[in-house]
Design a protein around this ligand. Structure first.
Ligand SMILES: [Zn+2]
Ligand SMILES: [Zn+2]
Ligand SMILES: [Zn+2]
Length: 175
């Protein structure tokens, strides 16, 4: 299940339970956007979340020294669907960027995605963030494509589908 803000901070502060190491890595699925031109990435990821507020999006915390897993979940960090983490980290199931905007033919489009990434912490402090997937790789879930020229939304995941795992919320209610 998901970590609360406090639980996450406590987990990082405690360090590794096995080796007492203080170098931890927190894997998460994080929101960001990317520019593509002719369907290919032309920018780095621009993140769109608060750096100190990832606790609910974290799916694994591990020790960088001994590889002990200190926390792990298997539900979707975004919608909580049981066992859906594999779909989040698997092949992309969202829309594929077209070569140009179907409305105005502009070639530079903005993709919004949920992206596999991690934060590293050294002695309780945030040390760096690494983007672990790029467009076309597993763990890069595109959920919306916009044209910055005419502001048309070119494509997006279906209204009832989770933007990370793709599961329909209608199905979830039925279960
Ligand atoms: Zn360790
Ligand atoms: Zn356009
Ligand atoms: Zn989901």
């Amino acid at each position: 299940m998901m970590l609360g803000h406090r639980e996450f901070d406590d987990l990082i502060a405690a360090g590794c339970r096995s080796c007492a190491g203080q170098f931890l890595r927190a894997w998460a699925i994080l929101p960001g956007s990317l520019m593509v031109s002719g369907g290919e990435p032309v920018s780095s990821v621009k993140w769109s979340y608060e750096r100190d507020d990832i606790h609910d999006l974290v799916y694994r915390v591990e020790c960088r020294d001994c590889a002990a897993v200190l926390y792990e979940r298997s539900d979707c960090p975004k919608c909580g669907a049981a066992g859906s983490l594999g779909r989040v980290l698997g092949p992309g199931h969202g829309p594929t960027p077209p070569l140009q905007c179907p409305q105005c033919e502009y070639e530079d489009l903005r993709l919004s995605a949920q992206i596999r990434a991690y934060h590293e912490f050294l002695h309780r402090r945030f040390s760096r963030r690494v983007c672990a997937a790029t467009l076309g790789e597993p763990g890069f879930q595109v959920y919306q494509i916009d044209c910055p020229s005419c502001e048309h939304t070119v494509a997006s995941t279906q209204a009832h589908a989770c933007i990370a795992c793709g599961r329909s919320s209608l199905l979830k209610k039925l279960r």
